[in-house]
Write a protein that binds this ligand. Sequence first.
Ligand SMILES: C[S@@+](CC[C@H](N)C(=O)[O-])C[C@H]1O[C@@H](n2cnc3c(N)ncnc32)[C@H](O)[C@@H]1O
Length: 308
Amino acid sequence: MADQIPITSVWLTCQRPARDQRRGRYVEETTKHPAKMLPDLAAHAINAYTAPGDLVLDPMCGSGTTLVEAARSGRDSIGVDIEASFTALAQANLALAAANGHTAWGQAVTGDARDLAALVPEGSRGQVALVLTSPPYGRRTHGVVRNAPGTGIHKRHYVYGDRSTGNLAYLGMDRLLDGWRQIVAGSMQVLKRGGVFVFTSRPIRRAPDDLIDLPGELFAAALSVGLEPVERCAAMLAAVRDGQIIHRAAVFALMAVRKARADGIPVSLVAHEDVYVLRRPRAGSGSPLGSGPSSLADAGGRTVPTGG
Ligand SMILES: C[S@@+](CC[C@H](N)C(=O)[O-])C[C@H]1O[C@@H](n2cnc3c(N)ncnc32)[C@H](O)[C@@H]1O
């Protein structure tokens, strides 16, 4: 297990269901992406770590959540994804944001982010204030689940695109981590000094009793290429009301937990994602732990300090 840092705050990023967060802001086809970031999570990170007019980059942008939320906050953005169908989706979502009056510059580029510096426009290198991303966590996700009367439960859009492209989702853990290390190293090249790198991830289960600390492994890889740790947060995938957690888990997640418990394995529903915040060192800076670029209390009062 990789070295850990304690969780210092909780982001209330799922007070509204995901579909309500996207309604009117994302095109209908966005459901085709199997593993989207919550828009409120992206907006929270963008508002906490950048200022209007800054440039935000997502090297694995998928449906373009980072780009749309950047535009909605008056930040410019660049997205990269290896699947052309996803960059087309991200462009459509950016166009909808522009039609809704959010006209900050944004562009989604198709390419392999393991060669990130070559994909980012030359004039943007060294200018990026925030990299916000989330790598694939396994080949399959829950996708879209429908319970159709008479025909039972069906899953759609639960795999990533083409297996032949180099999509990290299909490479296995060692190659996923190697690819991730390359993407983080490329991000270091395009970030400005002191620029922030935020990623979200969650532990993955290879078998009911085999839980892998993917976030910790990704964090260790990010440290290994020279990023400095700033803080670790928990972004809620469930609502919090009157001190109670209101789950928003998909039916397949509920079924998997019930089955594991019936088999005597004490698993719980996932209620949060890990968020790791790092940054490109400023010239001559010392140890940065605990000296984050902005107080999360500034982020619209949606953060719960844990005092940890
Ligand atoms: C967890 S998803 C990101 C979802 C995105 N944040 C959103 O809200 O839609 C990870 C993305 O990484 C992309 N990806 C995987 N390997 C990649 C690579 N080598 N270069 C660029 N993108 C890659 C996948 O196609 C997928 O869209």
